[in-house]
Design a protein around this ligand. Structure first.
Ligand SMILES: Nc1ncnc2c1ncn2[C@@H]1O[C@H](COP(=O)(O)OP(=O)(O)O)[C@@H](O)[C@H]1O
Ligand SMILES: [Mg+2]
Length: 400
């Protein structure tokens, strides 16, 4: 066998004496796509953070192309050819795509036109449909990811690590992402792909490594795996006794019927959706991506407007409701914790205090009704940043 491009031997990382990973052997072949799977807390992120220079090993060794190394910072790892595309993306939102690509080479910034042309050509060579002059904050999750990948390729990464890259992508964006990963492979880049979506791991990888409780369980060619074998390795128990199998439901005694959704329709997503939520109970809502779970509850919480509401009824404690904005829903005691918290859940550029008090500012205050009477909607849930800015302008606040 040829020397692996990257290898960990007996890798152990302790946090306060407790191992996050323990005695893990891992090897990445040149040009392979290697999926790393395991349950939450299995040690996947820790293992890859070691490779990317984000954390250092408590014991064990790391080798790149057979040479022992120990990167102490992400910069050192990048100089050794290992780049990590983070779950939390690491771009500068206020800068353009091109500026982000050439971050760290600011000497080019005094010839902005030059970097735009270079970025344009480079993005085109990767077949990435991203405008180099666009500000990163304006891009969706998939495009931001493209910029991060482009940056890694531009810096001639030999190994690119993706930690749960598909978590915030739509189904179409995922397809595109997989094409990208295959393109990286064609360019000779080796890829580590962390996912808890087994189908994805089985679909895209050449080999799979399974971790459990910080330990290495198995590494094998993907062709030798099926879903059942991966799950067996992940949970390490007989499947009939795990959370992946049927279990007896433990039903709490129902309290008051608090929220009822009846025959809710919202084309094209939601078709005749009905359910009830009882006081003191946890109601699980299950379905595939695109099946309308999020949309159903965004309507209930007033986040999607009535235009999306094509029929049916939502009843809260016996009273039919149809909120136009989230504010009255919040007043009635409905809180919605967003799916993509970084985009919809808080204001990245605001202090924690301001973010926390945002809901108070948004309350139906004089300024909201004044704006409505002016015929200008100032509350746009879909774009909280713009809403905050509009409200700040109304209130004469300059320092958001
Ligand atoms: N910075 C940290 N401090 C303390 N414990 C940590 C830290 N990072 C991870 N852990 C612990 O290490 C274990 C593995 O975590 P992680 O590598 O994030 O797993 P995974 O990515 O597979 O979900 C978990 O038990 C986690 O709580
Ligand atoms: Mg993780």
């Amino acid at each position: 066998m040829t020397t692996p491009i990257l290898e960990l031997r007996q890798a152990t990382k302790l946090y306060g004496g407790v191992p996050a990973i323990e005695g893990v052997d891992f090897s990445l072949a040149e040009g392979e796509i290697h999926a790393l799977v395991g349950e939450n807390g299995a040690g996947k992120s820790t293992l890859t953070k070691v490779m990317a220079g984000v954390v250092s090993l408590s014991s064990g060794t790391m080798l790149i192309a057979g040479r022992e190394i120990a990167p102490r910072t992400p910069l050192e790892a990048r100089q050794l050819g290992v780049a990590m595309v983070f779950q939390e993306n690491s771009l500068v939102p206020s800068m353009t795509v091109a500026q982000n690509l050439f971050l760290g080479q600011e000497k080019f910034y005094n010839r902005l036109r030059g970097i735009y042309i270079a970025a344009q050509q480079f993005l085109q060579s990767l077949n990435f449909d991203v405008t180099p002059t666009a500000t990163v904050a304006q891009l969706g999750a998939a495009k931001k990811q493209m910029v991060e990948i482009a940056r890694a390729v531009l810096h001639e990464a030999k190994v690119i690590i993706f930690d749960e890259p598909t978590a915030s992508l739509t189904p179409e964006e995922k397809k595109y992402f997989f094409d990208l990963v295959r393109e990286l492979k064609r360019r000779g880049v080796s890829v580590i792909f962390i996912s808890h979506a087994l189908e994805e791991a089985l679909l895209i990888s050449d080999r799979i490594t399974v971790l459990r409780d910080g330990r290495h369980v198995v590494t094998d060619d993907t062709a030798n795996f099926d879903r059942a074998r991966v799950i067996q390795a992940m949970v390490g128990r007989d499947l009939s006794k795990t959370l992946y199998a049927e279990r007896k439901a433990h039903v709490r005694p129902p309290g008051e019927r608090v929220l009822t959704i009846e025959n809710l329709r919202m084309a094209p997503m939601v078709k005749n959706n009905s359910l009830s939520v009882f006081a003191g109970q946890v109601t699980g809502v299950f379905g595939l991506v695109g099946s309308g779970r999020t949309e159903t509850f965004k309507i209930a919480a007033g986040i999607l407007k009535r235009d999306f509401f094509h029929g049916g009824e939502i009843v809260l404690r016996g009273r039919p409701i149809r909120y136009l904005t989230p504010a009255p829903a919040v007043r009635d005691g409905i809180a919605y914790v967003t799916e993509d918290r970084k985009v919809e859940g808080f204001f990245e550029t605001m202090s924690i205090a301001r973010t926390l008090s945002a809901s108070i500012h948004f309350f139906p205050t004089a300024s909201a009704s004044r704006a409505r009477t002016n015929g200008r909607p100032i509350y746009q849930a879909a774009d909280p940043r713009a809403a905050a800015e509009a409200i700040a302008r109304e209130a004469g606040v300059n320092d958001l």
